[in-house]
Design a protein around this ligand. Structure first.
Ligand SMILES: [Zn+2]
Ligand SMILES: [Zn+2]
Length: 236
């Protein structure tokens, strides 16, 4: 374990790594791929450009997160769908890396009504499902740029090892975003407030997908308008 420099210790945040097993769980489970919770009369979400069913990336049941996060991100099921059409390259043409691009769907559903007996569309390849069975608790720290933005006075000669290890890479819940380029939080479309990290979706971790060239993506949320959720990614 790297020594945490004292000037960065005040910026410690909790983060949780998903522990997964192969296979799908029930419709309201937290998982990668598999069957999402869909309302009774709802269609599987489609890409508005190529009309193909969107790839289901993940869902998090906010009601069953760790005690430390109870109510932090609201209630319901946070879902992420994304167009992975490789022939039409929708994510290039329609800027899938941009928060609020319409080739992805990020939303929170309330699984109160009747769910449907979801059938995975058959006309394309879907990722193999992975069920989140537990969370590994970790301590996370911001990158240099973000720590200084928060007012940390950092020695430029700070242990380089430190910034090799933080922010934590891979898929994770909460913590600090691993920014590949600069700090890129979107602003809430309602109040303009900077949105905060809910979940980091990294290339080739739990999902066999690469955002550009090993890019890293972030699901963010307005802390005042919890239904305002977004997704963006960047690569080097
Ligand atoms: Zn598409
Ligand atoms: Zn807002």
């Amino acid at each position: 374990m790297t020594n945490i420099p004292p000037e960065i210790q005040p910026y410690k945040r909790h983060a949780w790594k998903p522990i997964t097993i192969d296979g799908d769980g029930d419709l309201t489970a937290s998982k990668f791929a598999g069957k999402p919770w869909l309302g009774k009369d709802e269609q599987w979400p489609k890409c508005p450009h190529c009309q193909n069913p969107l790839q289901f990336f993940l869902q998090l049941n906010l009601n069953t997160l760790s005690e430390a996060l109870k109510n932090e991100f609201g209630s319901g099921i946070l879902q992420m769908f994304y167009c992975t059409n490789e022939e039409l390259l929708c994510d290039c043409d329609y800027e899938g890396w941009e928060p609020f691009s319409d080739i992805h769907l990020i939303r929170i559903v309330q699984p109160e009504g009747k769910a449907q007996d979801v059938k995975i569309p058959e006309n394309q390849e879907f990722f193999p499902p992975k069920l989140i069975v537990d969370w590994q608790y970790l301590e996370d720290y911001p990158n240099y740029e973000e720590a200084t933005e928060f007012g940390a006075e950092l020695d430029l000669n700070l242990d380089e090892l430190f910034f090799d290890n933080f922010p934590i890479e891979g898929d994770k819940l909460a913590g600090w975003p691993l920014w590949v380029q600069g700090i890129e939080y979107p602003n809430c479309p309602i109040c303009g407030e900077r949105m905060r990290l809910v979940f980091q979706v990294d290339s080739e971790d739990n999902l066999p997908f690469m955002f550009g060239d090993l890019g890293c993506g972030h699901i963010t949320q307005c802390k005042y308008h919890k239904n305002q959720v977004a997704f963006g990614w960047a690569c080097a």
